[in-house]
Design a protein around this ligand. Structure first.
Ligand SMILES: [Zn+2]
Length: 309
């Protein structure tokens, strides 16, 4: 259960206190030691090396000095060096205009995560979510006025009505539903062949995590759920979810799928899932390790996670 969850575990100190000090922040913004992660249309800049592994391509301020970018957001610091993310989406053909086509590229994080060191994946997830939120919250939700970034991008404030707006995190309940030695997984329309995963859905307003699991599983698969045990969570930066992973105890067996949500749902044995996790079963694929569903399935297969005691 100690396997790190991809997209979590950033090594940066978020500087919760110092980031509110405008003088300190401005000094960091012009400090030649500060590092900037350029993000273009939600894609972080990654080094393009010879081998299959990638890493974040940190830049100096001069890299984007000619562009009219939003103020960089402070991700945190490490070893006394400030690390920012900067939205360079205004650039056209950025790899060409920045002259980096041979050494780096802006890449889709979901596609690249498996190739990134864990720390880089976590930093990129933080950067992607925060840059995206700022880009979509330039206007006040209360009065429509313009907003500005404050505290190094920790939140935004309206110029007109002074309302404060904070980056949103959308909770998603995701659960492997178990009954005895069997586990319920589903597959969505258009998924890769043989791929099954844990059932998931957004937690709705006025709903606990446990209630969200019970509602989602009943809606999607027609299965009644009793006890719900929270296991672990994962930030999911597409764009701003927090996956709340649970093991849920089913109280009924019969499956009735909601065809608008699922193409199929099925009960699988521990042995079948063990084989799928090991890549040994041709007719069943489970999500790869960058998805929390993989870790939930593994937790149930390998331990007694979520079992009634
Ligand atoms: Zn306002």
């Amino acid at each position: 259960m100690d396997t790190p969850i991809p997209f979590s575990g950033s090594p940066l100190d978020r500087e919760a206190l110092r980031r509110r000090d405008r003088a300190w922040l401005e000094a960091r913004l012009v400090d030649p030691a500060s590092r900037y992660l350029p993000v273009w249309q939600a894609k972080p800049l990654l080094k393009r090396e010879g081998g299959p592994l990638r890493e974040l391509a940190w830049a100096k301020r001069e890299f984007f000095a000619d562009l009219d970018t939003p103020e960089p957001v402070l991700l945190g610091s490490s070893g006394g060096v400030a690390h920012f993310a900067v939205d360079v989406s205004v650039a056209e053909k950025p790899e060409v205009s920045f002259g980096i086509a041979d050494v780096a590229s802006f890449d889709d994080l979901r596609a690249a995560v498996a190739l990134l060191p864990a720390a880089d994946a976590a930093i990129a997830a933080h950067a992607r979510t925060l840059v995206d939120w700022h880009a979509r919250h330039r206007h006040c939700a209360a009065c429509g006025g313009h907003t500005r970034s404050v505290s190094g991008g920790a939140n935004r404030v309206c110029f007109d009505c002074q309302a404060e707006h904070f980056p949103r995190t959308d909770p998603v309940a995701i659960a492997v539903v178990v009954r005895g030695d069997r586990c319920l997984l589903g597959r969505g329309p258009g998924w890769p062949a043989f791929m099954f995963s844990a059932l998931a859905g957004f937690v709705e307003a006025g709903e606990s995590l446990e209630e969200a699991v019970r509602r989602e599983v009943l809606e999607e698969a027609g299965v009644r759920v009793g006890r719900v045990a929270y296991l672990r969570s994962q930030p999911w930066p597409f764009p701003s979810s927090l996956m709340l992973g649970c093991i849920a105890q089913a109280e009924s067996d019969a499956i009735t799928i909601d065809a608008s949500e699922l193409e199929e749902a099925r009960w699988f044995s521990r042995d079948a899932l063990r084989a799928a996790l090991a890549g040994r079963r041709g007719d069943l694929t489970v999500p790869p390790p960058f998805a929390i569903a993989h870790h939930l399935i593994r937790a149930w297969v390998e331990t007694d996670a979520g079992e009634e005691r």
